[in-house]
Ligand binder design. Structure first.
Ligand SMILES: Cc1cc2nc3c(=O)[nH]c(=O)nc-3n(C[C@H](O)[C@H](O)[C@H](O)COP(=O)(O)O)c2cc1C
Length: 214
């Protein structure tokens, strides 16, 4: 299935989908591979293509990875609740709804047809800011392209990073060479329940643009 969306509709309606993921409907490897092929057209530093894409569709491994995600979310919630980040997030009128949605995904992540863990070569924490920006910039555009490719085919995902509180354990589980690769996040892959999604509530561009000078 290809949704008939204009480029702007695709870009403005690709949401973090948590409550509307269809956990019952299988997703073929061919379809995930097709979306990754699209993703690999993204820009990346010196075209070195330092990315790797770990796709998990083994039920047992999905359950274990979802277990790590849930451990991490419990730990992170405590940090978040007491920290400045949580304080700022709570000021958003949509905060309670988002929290409920985050918890729904956490509770159902183990039911995902597949989970994707994109990786980039190198350990981020040992690099200077130029190298970090170059490495993140060499995988994040591709992940976003993957999410757009899913959306245009009637599937969805949610960008998640919380499992990185258990990155080492996830590396061990998935056989990722932790000293040489950094995981960028964890992405459920599923068909969406319905294909209508709205534009997000965001601050207007005029509030965040600085013309010529900050
Ligand atoms: C860097 C990053 C990390 C995120 N981490 C998580 C996460 O760990 N768990 C989760 O449920 N959502 C996570 N999200 C999803 C955001 O909460 C979501 O994008 C935001 O609420 C806006 O939703 P929208 O894009 O549908 O408007 C993350 C998003 C980004 C970009």
């Amino acid at each position: 299935m290809t949704l008939l969306l204009t480029p702007d509709e695709l870009l403005t309606t690709t949401r973090a989908v948590r409550k509307r993921l269809d956990f019952e409907r299988p997703v073929s490897r061919a379809l995930i591979g097709e979306c990754i092929e699209v993703a690999l057209q993204a820009p990346n530093g010196s075209n070195m293509q330092l990315w790797r894409w770990v796709v998990v569709d083994d039920r047992n491994t999905i359950e274990k990875l979802a277990g790590l995600y849930n451990e991490a979310i419990e730990e992170y919630s405590k940090l978040y609740d007491s920290g400045e980040l949580g304080e700022r997030a709570r000021q958003d009128p949509g905060f309670d709804r988002m929290t409920e949605s985050v918890m729904h995904l956490a509770q159902n992540l183990h039911r995902s047809p597949a989970l994707l863990v994109p990786c980039i070569a190198g350990r981020m924490e040992t690099q200077d800011i130029f190298t970090q920006a170059s490495l993140w910039g060499s995988v994040i555009p591709a992940i976003w392209s993957f999410m757009l490719a899913l959306r245009s085919r009637g599937l969805g995902s949610a960008w998640t990073t919380v499992h990185l509180h258990r990155e080492k354990e996830a590396a061990t589980l998935l056989g990722i060479p932790y000293p040489h690769y950094t995981q960028a996040g964890l992405f459920p892959v599923a068909y969406t329940l319905g294909t209508e999604f709205k534009r997000a509530r965001r601050r207007p561009a005029a509030d965040v643009i600085h013309w010529n000078r900050w």
